[in-house]
Design a protein around this ligand. Structure first.
Ligand code: AMP
Length: 278
């Protein structure tokens, strides 16, 4: 596996691959890789000739310095995992390589960033869009793979790619969970043993909505779920929304498809999850 650390190395590598007629499958990550990331890399391997994985903790998508500083960085483990899975290249750039100038994007997400993660993490999606545009330019992907775990992010990336006409197919991969249902996340390592024991309640909450929604409807099943969560002292619910999976608008009785999306603080770790409940 090649390790590329500069923008020009990455660009030259991608150009070489593409001009030889081969496809590139691209998996952007922030490292601290786990089985969730591994499924994206495997999906990329199945579909494309060459797989490029970026490992870059993108400062512009963090709205809290504390979260950025505490984000786990595990280069050696990431590298050996990617070698084991058979990725062809790991792009591991510095901040200066990704952002040579302090340029901000001003992409209009047409309201997709005005709900859920958006208001709770000001500037987050601008940072996500900014880094994905830059990484697409450098890695020249044929197909890019994202997790459904970050559902709103996936929706916005699909929207952006389509609106700007990037010649990249976006593939969403199902959320990979621990045995007790907790969605895998690089942030899980920061949970204390007690918080880790409690955290699967997030998944149980989503499952309970899915079970209740046919009989009780979205409003009532959402209310029941919220009532269950607010009784747990270690948790602080940030939002629990039932939305249309494409427009992210709030669902109602008549909605054909409904995605339940949740953000919860477990101690000082913020976790998100989601599930198709209808
Ligand atoms: P991150 O390193 O957390 O920025 O995630 C990189 C990519 O992996 C994103 O597309 C995430 O949605 C995806 N991802 C993270 N956790 C999971 C998971 N548990 N299951 C599937 N995909 C995931």
């Amino acid at each position: 596996m090649q390790i590329l650390t500069t923008a020009s190395q990455m660009h030259a590598y991608a150009k070489r691959v593409r001009s030889s007629g081969r496809t590139i499958g691209f998996v952007p990550t922030m490292g601290a890789l786990h089985e969730g990331h591994a499924t994206l890399v495997k999906a990329a391997k199945n579909r494309c000739d060459v797989v490029v994985v970026s490992v870059f903790v993108n400062p512009t998508q963090f709205n809290q310095t504390d979260d950025l500083e505490k984000y786990p960085r595990t280069f050696e483990a990431d590298r050996s995992m990617l070698i084991d899975i058979g990725a062809n290249a790991m792009f591991f750039p510095s901040v200066d390589e990704v952002y040579p100038k302090d340029v901000r994007t001003n992409f209009n997400m047409d309201g997709l960033d005005q709900t859920m993660e958006g208001p709770n993490r000001p500037g987050h999606f601008n940072g996500v869009v900014q880094v994905v545009m830059r990484l697409f330019d450098l890695t020249q992907p044929t197909v890019a793979f994202f997790g459904e775990k970050d559902f709103q992010q996936l929706t916005i990336i699909k929207y952006m790619t389509n609106k700007l006409g990037y010649p990249v197919s976006i593939v969403g991969c199902p959320t990979v969970r621990e045995n007790d249902g907790l969605a895998m996340s690089s942030r899980n390592v920061r949970l204390t043993p007690n918080e880790r024991r409690i955290a699967p309640v997030i998944y149980e909450t989503l499952t309970s909505i899915k079970t209740q929604i046919a009989t009780l409807g979205p409003a009532e099943s959402r209310k029941n779920a919220i009532n269950k969560l607010i009784d747990i002292p270690e948790l602080k619910l940030e939002y629990l929304e039932l939305v249309d999976p494409v427009t992210l608008e709030t669902s109602n009785e008549d909605s054909e498809s409904i995605q339940a999306c949740i953000a919860v603080w477990v101690g000082d770790v913020r976790l998100i999850d989601n599930m198709r409940v209808k």
